[in-house]
Design a protein around this ligand. Structure first.
Ligand SMILES: [Zn+2]
Length: 89
């Protein structure tokens, strides 16, 4: 169950219903693809696993604070962008 996708699908269906009810030119046309996309998202969401949190670096490594390159956690400077790594302690 991917709850974010389910909520987004429900919001899209609500938007499609609003667009359908408003009967505005051009905006009304979008109620059809919005509704279809929302139904697909709601239908697919229960079969997908919950998305995991932020990506964690492997043991002994850290991500560069400036470019995201994988560097050893004791490295002072990044090998890619040469940025000096901030230290928490
Ligand atoms: Zn870097």
């Amino acid at each position: 169950m991917r709850s974010q996708l389910f909520v987004a699908g429900v919001m899209l269906i609500v938007l499609a219903v609003i667009f359908f009810a408003l009967q505005l030119p051009l905006v009304f046309f979008w109620s059809v693809p919005f509704g279809i996309a929302g139904l697909i998202m709601v239908a697919v969401a229960p079969f997908l696993s919950e998305s995991e949190g932020p990506v964690k670096p492997p043991e002994g490594y850290a991500f560069c604070a400036f470019c995201g390159n994988l560097i050893p956690s004791d490295a002072v400077r990044c090998s890619l962008c040469n940025g000096k790594q901030p230290r928490e302690s």
